[in-house]
Ligand binder design. Sequence first.
Ligand code: SAM
Length: 292
Amino acid sequence: MAEKRWIAETLFDDLGFRMSYQVDNVLYEMQTEHQHLVLFEHPFFGKMLMLDGATQITKRDEFIYQEMMSHVPLFAHGQARDVLIIGGGDCGIAEEVLKHKSLKSVVQVEIDESVVEFSKEHFPEFTKPVFRDKRFESVIADGMKYVAETERRFDVIIVDSTDPQGPGAILFTREFYAACKRCMAAGGVMVTQNGVPFFQPDELISSVGMFKSLFADGACYVAAIPTYVGGHMAMGWAAKDKKLRQHPVRTIAARYKKAGSFKTRYWTPEVHVAAFALPRFIAEHVRAAKKR
Ligand code: SAM
């Protein structure tokens, strides 16, 4: 019997370790204009997408990240109408965001058309409801260029990007965050994919430092995602209103009820509020993040 192929996540090679995944079946593999893309079937995690050797999404644990990147900023804001998603080409975030029926528009700006096109074939559970929704608009462009030029204003900005390498590097810069502030409506909030603090502390400290100097409030919240190895995943928080991060459970619960209490598997009003209670070592990173 042929030897099973194993695919390694090489994101932490510089730290001297790799996660390897047994491959049942490679569904899609190509070098796109922007990055190396491989989609394969894993015996436990199901479909797994890797870009440039970094795990992006698995069928088994995607709900944790997608729900926390979507419902935390939307229920914290409470009156959002217009949402901007930077990256997110698999449409998993858009699918969660569109569960908020009070939203008027959701714009997704993804740099790599291949990711969106192959997601239509391989992640129909996300792309079908999303592309059927008249409020959704898919833009293929560099997120940096879009936020620097758009005339539109957004209540919530969700940066579902790759890591700060290749096309994603620009999305971790002051220039990008300042341009996001420019197209953010008054009282708005931005959340960012900000790495795993245990292995990537500098990424978090750098982003939060820029958030603190550009916005009224700069911080992060956390969730544990099995295939984003390293314990807590940090989601960056940059808001024009300090109060958005201070709502008690009863306020979030009331907003969830008003939104129809749609089904979730990770996010709850209690988990929402608890996610901002940071373990001391992460809180110290956030405290150490000097305005820059
Ligand atoms: N949740 C995943 C994670 O945490 O690693 C990210 C998922 S999503 C697939 C990341 C997307 O960001 C990719 O499709 C990638 O093409 C897109 N991306 C990277 N750089 C970008 C840029 N400058 N502008 C817009 N999209 C970008």
